[in-house]
Design a protein around this ligand. Structure first.
Ligand code: FMN
Length: 330
């Protein structure tokens, strides 16, 4: 479906492999809790993203079989290669949960979250909290690579705070323990999402490692992705928040340049997938946050947007959404 060649000729991209999985386009979908569910991932894949990566999955939920687990691990077979991202503070439980999920779902890759900055995750020692315990990271990655038959990757940050920047140390540990790829969100845990991502750290990590290094942080446009690849030499770029409004970035389009017919077709398809997945009512309700972002492309009045966002009845919601895509007022 790629409409344009993704990056200009002066940007070098080489196909690379994560174990047996070949990655042949340079923009990867980031995992985003609350967003990168099955319907949205299917959209990104149809638009050109080379892999699907789940929202993070709590090792505790896997081991204790909590009721929300089935939704966290659901994927469509068309999404393969599918990456399951796990988080936990306990190395043994993390490894155990990966083994359980490999047997049950056969994902193609496991990623370990070492970057989540949310207090309830990081303060418990999971997500970015792991960066403070390199020996745990070593146990996790070597334990998982031994126990699983598929590749293991890691997603990290620069360090806990500016006084404890340790991404180079962590990167080397992750590589030595057998990981097949690493992604760096170039901020510290303390920064959360503030300030600017430090792309020079992505360049330093790429120079220090032999496994594929994926750059992440503050890529909003195709030219941002090109600049990140040029400036850092990273193997690919992971796009997070920007794709929520513009999944067409995986086809090489900035938001304002998406051809209108493709734009409308994708919007309708996303709503359809959402309804198929969540049922009519929840499919429409959970689509609101995407609709709001997508419709910012069009000239929709505040009143019409408000009407759409407060419409509970699924058929009416769909009819209104369709009218707004057609450029009609409600
Ligand atoms: C709402 C939200 C949820 C996120 N959930 C996850 C997650 O489940 N796993 C993960 O590794 N990172 C998660 N992240 C971090 C993103 O994957 C990414 O690293 C970060 O947004 C920086 O990239 P960006 O500047 O392209 O958005 C999340 C970020 C946001 C804003």
């Amino acid at each position: 479906m790629a409409g344009l060649s993704l990056l200009s000729e002066n940007v070098e991209f080489h196909t690379f492999s994560i174990g047996p999985v070949k990655v042949s386009t340079p923009l990867l979908q980031a995992p985003l809790d609350g967003w990168t569910n099955e319907p949205f991932r299917r959209i990104t894949r149809e638009l050109g993203a080379p892999l699907s990566i789940t929202e993070f999955i709590n090792g505790l939920d896997v081991v204790h079989k909590t009721p929300n687990l089935p939704q966290r691990i659901a994927f469509d077979e068309s999404e393969r290669p599918i990456v399951f991202q796990l988080f936990d503070d306990d190395p043994d439980r993390l490894i155990e949960s990966a083994v359980i999920l490999e047997e049950r779902c056969h994902p193609d890759i496991f990623d370990v979250n070492m970057g989540c900055s949310a207090r309830q995750v990081a303060n418990r020692g999971a997500g970015a909290g792991l960066l403070r315990f390199p020996e745990k990271i070593s146990r996790i990655i070597s334990g998982m690579t031994k126990a699983l038959s598929v590749p293991v990757t890691a997603k990290i940050r620069l360090g806990w705070d500016s006084e404890s920047i340790n991404y180079l140390e962590i990167g080397k540990i992750v590589q030595e323990c057998g990981a097949a790829m690493i992604t760096l969100h170039a901020r510290t845990r303390k920064q959360e999402y503030s300030g600017k991502a430090d792309w020079s750290a992505i360049a330093a990590l790429k120079a220090a490692l032999t496994i594929p290094v994926i750059g992440n942080g503050d890529v909003e446009t195709i030219s941002d992705a090109e600049r990140m690849m040029e400036q850092t030499g990273c193997d690919a770029v992971m796009v997070g928040r920007a794709m929520l409004k513009n999944p067409w970035i995986f086809s090489g389009y900035d938001f304002e340049n998406v051809p209108l017919d493709l734009f409308c077709e994708t919007c309708r398809k996303h709503l359809k997938y959402n309804k198929e997945y969540y049922g009519n009512h929840w499919g429409c309700v959970t689509f609101r946050k995407f609709a709001k972002r997508y419709l910012s492309r069009l000239d929709v009045s505040r009143e019409d947007m408000q009407t759409l966002m407060t419409t509970d009845e699924p058929d009416t919601f769909c009819r209104y959404f369709d009218s707004l895509l057609n450029g009609d007022a409600l």
